[in-house]
Design a protein around this ligand. Structure first.
Ligand SMILES: [Fe+2]
Length: 521
């Protein structure tokens, strides 16, 4: 063939290869073409990994499968492939076996007796895209190899951009999935577990640990590690500034240690506690964003509340992208943890106020000491026996504590009167449930429908009468539970919900209900 015709035919072949949609198929055909044209003993194509840290095997011809493990650190001195990639200049030798520069690349692949070897860069403008190496080949075809490399550069660039985009999309999707999941709970223990599990999944690591700051001492406390079944009773405390986690929580910086044997900062007690031998660590601070509380209560400031560690990445070293992913995750996780803390504090405060209130109500009437508390206890037992949801049971607990709230509007002389009430006093006494309704008003726990409020009222009605009848009174002794059950069953269907009455009787028979009259005083 005429040289011009030959080049034209080659370009046509390359166009066809370039139109191949599957990247791996395109690379294989490219390498095969080079091997065919140059009659080479072997051809290797290396492409950089996403981080630009290694040249990884991409396609080859005439070579054992050892090539698949031939990952070359780009900044490693003494590798021809790495030098070709960085300097973007070809390297050629006529006797590789006598040239120590080639030993690194070739002896691993078993080419100890290679002679003519060419290492040629693939690059577009200033961007290095890969390295092609040709072993024991027909030297007169070098020009064609160069032509092939320059013709295919734009395809390689496109393919690499696509791979980077694909990778970013996948990382983002995984991040969103895991962030979505940790937003579904305000239960602290559950949340801590979700955070360590998500961290492992996001970065594909063997383990992950979460540390929280002790605000009093400044210690960093190991709360949970992914391979602990339970949060430990005796929590490991790392003094401020100590170890990697102490540094991260003090400075807010990220730390990557890909070989803990070369870095003495890892706090030794942690491995004993978590039962993991740490080889590599990525540690980031747990941050909370500023949280606006609303209602004129200001803002909880942004701060570091702890740290998150990903331990022992299963494949390859921790990268900058891993660090970025974990930082974003940890800042969101920290914020959710903080909100959960605020919610639980508010809840405890609310429950405390309700209990104080119910004690105050009972104290107004000397005969009903701890009545509200017992009604609440019985109501919760009935609700549990009826198999109601935890959410409804929570409202049963609160609602029953406040069921006698209306007594606040009844005069003390009337409530505490030992003898018979006058008609006028009796009317005043009867008003108390209505006063209670007025005080509670529409402020009843939101989110409950009428269908859910109804069972609460029915349950409390049964528990209320049961406690009143089974408690000692100055004018009579406590009535026996069996007698009260008979009374309740008679009125079941007309005054009381039969299901609630049955639930109470079952719970009593199981020994779960202790009426005041049966309790040792
Ligand atoms: Fe009551």
């Amino acid at each position: 063939m005429e040289p011009v015709t030959e080049v034209y035919a080659l370009l046509q072949q390359l166009d066809q290869i370039a139109s191949q949609a599957d990247l791996q198929e395109m690379l294989s055909r490219l390498v095969y073409l080079v091997a065919e044209i140059t009659s080479a003993k072997a051809v290797m194509l290396y492409l950089p990994d996403e981080e630009g840290l290694h040249l990884d095997p991409a396609a080859s011809s005439g070579i054992s499968n050892r090539f698949e493990q031939a990952s070359i650190p780009i900044h490693q001195k003494g590798s021809v492939a790495a030098a070709t990639f960085i300097r973007q200049r070809p390297v050629f030798t006529v006797s590789a076996k006598d040239d120590p520069r080639w030993l690194e690349d070739l002896s691993f692949l078993g080419f100890n007796d290679a002679q003519k070897v060419l290492s040629i860069p693939v690059h577009l403008r200033d961007r290095s895209l890969g390295v092609l190496q040709v072993v024991d080949f027909n030297r007169s075809e070098v020009d064609k190899v160069e032509l092939i490399c320059s013709r295919m550069a734009s395809e390689l660039e496109q393919a690499q951009n696509q791979r980077t985009n694909q990778d970013q999309v996948e990382r983002l999707e995984a991040l969103l999935d895991n962030l979505g999941e940790i937003g579904t709970t305000l239960d602290r223990d559950h949340l801590l577990r979700m955070i360590v599990t998500s961290a492992c999944r996001l970065l594909d690591t063997e383990a992950s640990s979460i540390f929280l700051m002790d605000e009093l001492t400044g210690d960093v406390v190991l709360y949970l590690s992914s391979n602990m079944v339970q949060p430990p009773e005796n929590k490991l405390r790392v003094p401020p500034g100590q170890g990697i986690i102490g540094f991260v929580t003090q400075t807010g910086e990220t730390v990557i240690v890909n070989d803990t044997s070369t870095d003495q900062r890892h706090y030794p007690g942690v491995d004993r506690k978590t039962g993991t031998i740490t080889r590599s660590i990525l540690a980031v601070p747990l941050l909370t964003r500023p949280i606006s509380l609303g209602g004129g209560r200001g803002v909880v400031e942004k701060r570091i509340i702890g740290g998150l560690e990903a331990i022992n990445k299963k494949q390859g070293p921790f990268t900058e992208k891993d660090a970025e992913t974990l930082r974003i995750f940890a800042s969101q996780a920290g914020t959710v943890l903080q909100i959960a803390g605020l919610y639980n504090d508010a809840n405890d405060l609310f429950l405390g106020v309700v209990k104080a209130f119910s004690t105050a109500i009972d104290a107004k009437d000397p005969y009903t000491e701890q009545h509200s508390e017992r009604v609440s206890e019985f109501s919760v037992i009935i609700a549990q026996e009826m198999g109601l949801s935890a959410e409804v049971i929570h409202h049963v607990r609160i609602g029953s504590l406040l069921h006698d709230l209306g007594k606040i509007g009844v005069r003390d002389q009337v409530l505490g009167k030992p003898g018979k009430l006058t008609d006028e006093e009796y009317t005043e006494m009867k008003r108390h449930p209505a006063i209670g309704d007025e005080i509670m008003g529409l402020g009843y726990p939101h989110g409950l429908s009428a269908n859910q409020i109804l069972p609460i009222a029915r349950i409390v009605a049964v528990a209320d009468v049961f406690d009143a009848m089974t408690s000692n009174r100055p004018y009579r002794d406590a009535l026996a539970a069996s007698f009260v059950f008979e009374h309740l069953q008679k009125l079941a269907g007309s005054h009381f919900d039969p299901e609630c009455v049955q639930a109470l009787i079952r719970a009593y028979e199981m020994g779960l209900v202790h009426p005041q009259g049966e309790r040792a005083s």
